[in-house]
Design a protein around this ligand. Structure first.
Ligand code: CTP
Ligand code: MG
Ligand code: K
Length: 180
Protein backbone atom coordinates (compact mmCIF):
# COMPACT_ATOMS: atom_id res chain seq x y z
CA UNK A 1 0.00 0.00 0.00
CA UNK A 2 2.69 2.50 1.00
CA UNK A 3 5.04 1.23 -1.72
CA UNK A 4 2.33 1.73 -4.35
CA UNK A 5 1.52 5.23 -3.13
CA UNK A 6 5.23 6.13 -3.21
CA UNK A 7 5.55 4.75 -6.76
CA UNK A 8 2.52 6.69 -8.02
CA UNK A 9 3.54 9.87 -6.16
CA UNK A 10 7.04 9.82 -7.57
CA UNK A 11 5.83 9.01 -11.10
CA UNK A 12 3.18 11.75 -11.13
CA UNK A 13 5.42 14.39 -9.56
CA UNK A 14 8.63 13.77 -11.49
CA UNK A 15 7.64 16.27 -14.26
CA UNK A 16 7.18 18.85 -11.48
CA UNK A 17 10.40 17.95 -9.64
CA UNK A 18 12.76 18.23 -12.62
CA UNK A 19 12.11 21.91 -13.57
CA UNK A 20 13.73 23.46 -10.48
CA UNK A 21 16.87 21.42 -10.93
CA UNK A 22 17.02 22.11 -14.66
CA UNK A 23 16.55 25.83 -13.94
CA UNK A 24 19.54 25.78 -11.56
CA UNK A 25 21.68 24.31 -14.37
CA UNK A 26 20.25 26.61 -17.07
CA UNK A 27 19.83 29.80 -15.01
CA UNK A 28 21.42 33.08 -15.97
CA UNK A 29 20.59 35.76 -18.45
CA UNK A 30 17.74 38.24 -18.30
CA UNK A 31 15.62 38.26 -15.14
CA UNK A 32 11.86 37.97 -15.68
CA UNK A 33 11.18 41.17 -13.75
CA UNK A 34 13.61 43.12 -15.94
CA UNK A 35 15.11 44.63 -12.80
CA UNK A 36 11.87 46.32 -11.79
CA UNK A 37 11.27 47.08 -8.13
CA UNK A 38 8.34 47.79 -5.83
CA UNK A 39 8.80 49.64 -2.55
CA UNK A 40 12.54 49.48 -3.12
CA UNK A 41 12.63 45.72 -3.52
CA UNK A 42 12.85 43.66 -6.68
CA UNK A 43 9.58 42.24 -8.00
CA UNK A 44 11.14 38.76 -8.32
CA UNK A 45 14.91 39.15 -8.29
CA UNK A 46 17.82 37.91 -10.41
CA UNK A 47 17.15 34.28 -9.40
CA UNK A 48 14.09 34.04 -11.69
CA UNK A 49 15.24 34.19 -15.31
CA UNK A 50 13.50 33.63 -18.63
CA UNK A 51 16.04 30.99 -19.60
CA UNK A 52 15.77 29.06 -16.34
CA UNK A 53 11.98 29.11 -16.49
CA UNK A 54 11.81 28.06 -20.14
CA UNK A 55 14.43 25.32 -19.89
CA UNK A 56 12.94 24.08 -16.61
CA UNK A 57 9.46 23.85 -18.10
CA UNK A 58 10.71 22.10 -21.25
CA UNK A 59 12.79 19.64 -19.22
CA UNK A 60 9.79 18.70 -17.08
CA UNK A 61 7.57 18.29 -20.15
CA UNK A 62 10.18 16.06 -21.79
CA UNK A 63 10.26 13.92 -18.66
CA UNK A 64 6.46 13.54 -18.79
CA UNK A 65 6.70 12.55 -22.46
CA UNK A 66 9.42 10.03 -21.64
CA UNK A 67 7.31 8.55 -18.83
CA UNK A 68 4.42 8.21 -21.30
CA UNK A 69 6.73 6.26 -23.63
CA UNK A 70 7.84 4.04 -20.74
CA UNK A 71 4.26 3.61 -19.68
CA UNK A 72 2.92 0.15 -20.12
CA UNK A 73 -0.65 -0.49 -19.04
CA UNK A 74 0.26 -4.13 -18.44
CA UNK A 75 2.83 -3.13 -15.85
CA UNK A 76 1.46 -2.11 -12.50
CA UNK A 77 2.81 -1.99 -8.98
CA UNK A 78 0.68 -4.50 -7.06
CA UNK A 79 -2.36 -3.56 -9.10
CA UNK A 80 -1.64 0.18 -8.91
CA UNK A 81 -1.44 1.28 -12.53
CA UNK A 82 1.00 4.13 -13.13
CA UNK A 83 -0.93 6.84 -15.00
CA UNK A 84 -0.39 8.23 -18.49
CA UNK A 85 0.01 12.00 -18.62
CA UNK A 86 -2.62 13.77 -20.77
CA UNK A 87 -1.23 16.58 -22.99
CA UNK A 88 -2.55 19.30 -20.67
CA UNK A 89 -0.78 17.78 -17.66
CA UNK A 90 2.47 17.29 -19.63
CA UNK A 91 2.66 21.10 -19.73
CA UNK A 92 0.82 22.10 -16.54
CA UNK A 93 2.91 20.03 -14.13
CA UNK A 94 6.28 21.62 -15.08
CA UNK A 95 4.90 25.07 -15.93
CA UNK A 96 2.87 25.12 -12.70
CA UNK A 97 5.98 24.11 -10.75
CA UNK A 98 7.94 27.01 -12.24
CA UNK A 99 5.08 29.47 -11.62
CA UNK A 100 4.83 28.29 -8.00
CA UNK A 101 8.55 28.97 -7.57
CA UNK A 102 8.20 32.42 -9.19
CA UNK A 103 5.23 33.21 -6.93
CA UNK A 104 7.29 32.23 -3.89
CA UNK A 105 10.08 34.60 -4.96
CA UNK A 106 7.50 37.38 -5.30
CA UNK A 107 6.34 36.66 -1.73
CA UNK A 108 9.94 36.45 -0.51
CA UNK A 109 10.75 39.90 -1.89
CA UNK A 110 7.54 41.40 -0.45
CA UNK A 111 8.46 40.00 2.98
CA UNK A 112 11.97 41.48 2.81
CA UNK A 113 13.87 38.29 2.00
CA UNK A 114 16.80 38.82 -0.34
CA UNK A 115 17.56 36.54 -3.26
CA UNK A 116 18.65 33.15 -1.95
CA UNK A 117 17.22 33.69 1.54
CA UNK A 118 15.52 30.65 3.02
CA UNK A 119 11.76 30.58 3.34
CA UNK A 120 11.11 27.26 5.10
CA UNK A 121 8.12 25.20 3.97
CA UNK A 122 7.39 27.64 1.10
CA UNK A 123 10.75 26.77 -0.55
CA UNK A 124 10.01 23.05 -0.23
CA UNK A 125 6.41 23.07 -1.44
CA UNK A 126 5.90 26.11 -3.71
CA UNK A 127 6.39 24.06 -6.87
CA UNK A 128 4.04 21.29 -5.68
CA UNK A 129 1.26 23.78 -5.00
CA UNK A 130 1.89 25.50 -8.34
CA UNK A 131 1.84 22.21 -10.26
CA UNK A 132 -1.36 21.08 -8.53
CA UNK A 133 -3.20 24.39 -8.97
CA UNK A 134 -2.43 24.72 -12.69
CA UNK A 135 -3.20 21.04 -13.32
CA UNK A 136 -6.47 21.37 -11.40
CA UNK A 137 -7.40 24.11 -13.85
CA UNK A 138 -6.49 22.32 -17.09
CA UNK A 139 -6.89 18.62 -16.24
CA UNK A 140 -9.03 18.39 -13.07
CA UNK A 141 -10.52 14.93 -13.68
CA UNK A 142 -7.10 13.43 -14.35
CA UNK A 143 -5.48 15.00 -11.27
CA UNK A 144 -8.30 14.09 -8.90
CA UNK A 145 -8.21 10.56 -10.31
CA UNK A 146 -4.50 9.99 -9.64
CA UNK A 147 -4.14 11.97 -6.42
CA UNK A 148 -5.74 9.64 -3.95
CA UNK A 149 -5.33 10.60 -0.29
CA UNK A 150 -2.42 8.16 0.32
CA UNK A 151 -0.64 9.49 -2.79
CA UNK A 152 -1.22 13.10 -1.70
CA UNK A 153 0.11 12.31 1.78
CA UNK A 154 3.25 10.74 0.29
CA UNK A 155 3.79 13.76 -1.99
CA UNK A 156 3.58 16.17 0.96
CA UNK A 157 6.08 14.14 3.01
CA UNK A 158 8.39 13.00 0.23
CA UNK A 159 8.75 16.32 -1.62
CA UNK A 160 10.43 18.35 1.15
CA UNK A 161 12.85 15.48 1.81
CA UNK A 162 13.72 15.11 -1.89
CA UNK A 163 14.00 18.86 -2.29
CA UNK A 164 16.36 19.26 0.66
CA UNK A 165 18.38 16.25 -0.49
CA UNK A 166 18.84 17.35 -4.11
CA UNK A 167 19.59 20.94 -3.14
CA UNK A 168 22.20 19.86 -0.59
CA UNK A 169 23.72 17.67 -3.33
CA UNK A 170 23.70 20.53 -5.85
CA UNK A 171 25.36 22.77 -3.24
CA UNK A 172 28.10 20.21 -2.55
CA UNK A 173 28.67 19.92 -6.32
CA UNK A 174 29.05 23.70 -6.52
CA UNK A 175 25.95 24.10 -8.72
CA UNK A 176 23.91 26.01 -6.18
CA UNK A 177 24.83 28.90 -3.88
CA UNK A 178 22.82 27.72 -0.86
CA UNK A 179 22.21 24.19 0.44
CA UNK A 180 18.40 24.66 0.54
N1 CTP B 1 16.61 29.81 -11.72
C1 CTP B 1 16.25 30.54 -12.86
N2 CTP B 1 14.94 30.72 -13.19
C2 CTP B 1 13.95 30.21 -12.40
C3 CTP B 1 14.28 29.49 -11.24
C4 CTP B 1 15.62 29.31 -10.92
O1 CTP B 1 17.13 30.98 -13.59
N3 CTP B 1 12.67 30.40 -12.77
C5 CTP B 1 18.04 29.60 -11.41
C6 CTP B 1 18.70 30.88 -10.89
O2 CTP B 1 20.05 30.88 -11.32
C7 CTP B 1 18.61 30.71 -9.39
C8 CTP B 1 18.84 29.22 -9.22
O3 CTP B 1 18.19 28.64 -10.37
O4 CTP B 1 19.55 31.47 -8.67
C9 CTP B 1 18.30 28.64 -7.93
O5 CTP B 1 16.88 28.76 -7.88
P1 CTP B 1 16.14 29.29 -6.58
O6 CTP B 1 16.74 28.70 -5.37
O7 CTP B 1 14.70 29.11 -6.83
O8 CTP B 1 16.45 30.87 -6.66
P2 CTP B 1 17.23 31.84 -5.66
O9 CTP B 1 18.45 32.34 -6.37
O10 CTP B 1 17.39 31.20 -4.34
O11 CTP B 1 16.25 33.09 -5.56
P3 CTP B 1 14.92 33.26 -4.69
O12 CTP B 1 15.33 33.79 -3.36
O13 CTP B 1 14.12 34.23 -5.48
O14 CTP B 1 14.25 31.91 -4.61
MG1 MG C 1 17.11 29.43 -3.43
K1 K D 1 12.84 28.41 -4.73
Amino acid sequence: MIAEAVAVAFWVMLPAYIPNNAAVLAGGGAPIDGGRTRDGRRLLGDGKTWRGTLVGTLAGALVALALNLLHDPAVSVSGFALPLFPPAAILSLPLGAMLGDVTASFLKRRTGRERGAAFPVVDQLDFVVGAFVLTLVVAPAWLLGVLTLPVLAVVLVLTPLLHLGTNAGAYLLGLKDEPY
